[in-house]
Design a protein around this ligand. Structure first.
Ligand SMILES: Nc1ncnc2c1ncn2[C@@H]1O[C@H](COP(=O)(O)OP(=O)(O)OP(=O)(O)O)[C@@H](O)[C@H]1O
Ligand SMILES: [Mg+2]
Length: 201
C-alpha cells in the first residue's frame, strides 16, 4: 500500500477486524518495520533507522494509545503518565501528569494501579500517557473501545481540540462510528490494502 499523511490531518482507519489497522499504526509509529518498501516520517526515511533512533523518534514526537493499553502494572496511574516524561530526562513531572489525568476525568484515581481500575479507566490513563508529552503525531488504536458514550464524547472533543488548536496530526484506528465521524479523512482498509480514502467537509 501507499499512503501519504500531511501534518495536521485527523484520520480514521476503519475496516474489518484483521484488515491491518493496528499493523499500519505500528509501522507509522516506528514500532514495527515493513518487510519491504519505505517509511518516511517528517522527511526522514526510517526504514533502516537504528532501534535507538526509532526509540528517540517515539519518545520525542509520537503519542501512542495501544489497543491493549500496555500500562505498567506496578506503577500507579500518575506514575504511568509520568514515565514517558522521565524517559526524556524531565524531573518534576507530577503536576503535568496530574493535570492530564484531570483532563481525562480520572484525577481521583491517580494513585491506583491498573489492576484496580476498570477497562475504561485504564484506557483513559493510556490516553493521558500518550498526550502528556505533547506529541506532534498521535496514534490511537481503538481509543474508545472501553469507554461509555459520554466519555467517548469528551475524548473526541479533546482530539478535535488538539488537532485544531495545536495542529497535532491524529491517526486513529476505530470501529466506533462516533470517532470515525469526528475525523475529516476516513481510510477504509481491507485485507491489508486501502480500499477507500475520502476526505469530508
Ligand atoms: N505479531 C503478529 N504476527 C503475525 N501476524 C500478525 C501479528 N499481529 C497481527 N497479525 C495478523 O495481521 C493481520 C492484521 O492484523 P491487525 O492487528 O493489524 O488487524 P486490525 O485491523 O487492527 O484488527 P482489529 O480491528 O481486530 O484490531 C491479521 O491477519 C493478524 O492476524
Ligand atoms: Mg487492531
Amino acid at each position: 500500500m501507499s499512503l501519504k499523511v500531511n501534518a495536521g490531518e485527523f484520520i480514521a482507519l476503519v475496516g474489518p477486524s484483521g484488515s491491518g489497522k493496528s499493523t499500519l499504526l505500528n509501522i507509522i509509529g516506528a514500532l514495527d518495520r515493513t518487510t519491504s518498501g519505505h517509511t518516511v516520517l517528517a522527511g526522514e526515511d526510517i526504514t533502516l533507522a537504528s532501534d535507538r533512533r526509532l526509540a528517540e523518534i517515539r519518545r520525542d514526537r509520537i503519542g501512542f494509545v495501544f489497543q491493549a493499553f500496555n500500562l505498567l502494572p506496578v506503577l500507579s496511574a500518575v506514575e504511568n503518565v509520568e514515565f514517558v516524561l522521565h524517559l526524556r530526562g524531565q524531573r518534576d513531572t507530577r503536576a503535568a501528569a496530574m493535570q492530564m489525568l484531570e483532563v481525562l476525568g480520572i484525577g481521583e484515581l491517580a494513585h491506583r494501579r491498573p489492576a484496580e481500575m476498570s477497562g475504561g479507566q485504564q484506557q483513559r490513563v493510556a490516553i493521558a500517557r500518550a498526550l502528556v508529552g505533547q506529541p506532534v503525531l498521535l496514534l490511537a488504536d481503538e481509543p474508545s473501545a472501553n469507554l461509555d458514550s459520554k466519555t467517548t464524547g469528551g475524548l473526541i472533543e479533546l482530539f478535535q481540540r488538539l488537532n485544531a488548536e495545536q495542529g497535532v496530526t491524529i491517526i486513529t484506528a476505530t470501529h466506533d462510528p462516533l470517532v470515525e465521524g469526528a475525523a475529516r479523512r476516513r481510510i477504509l482498509m481491507r485485507d491489508g490494502q486501502i480500499h477507500a480514502d475520502r476526505t469530508v467537509g
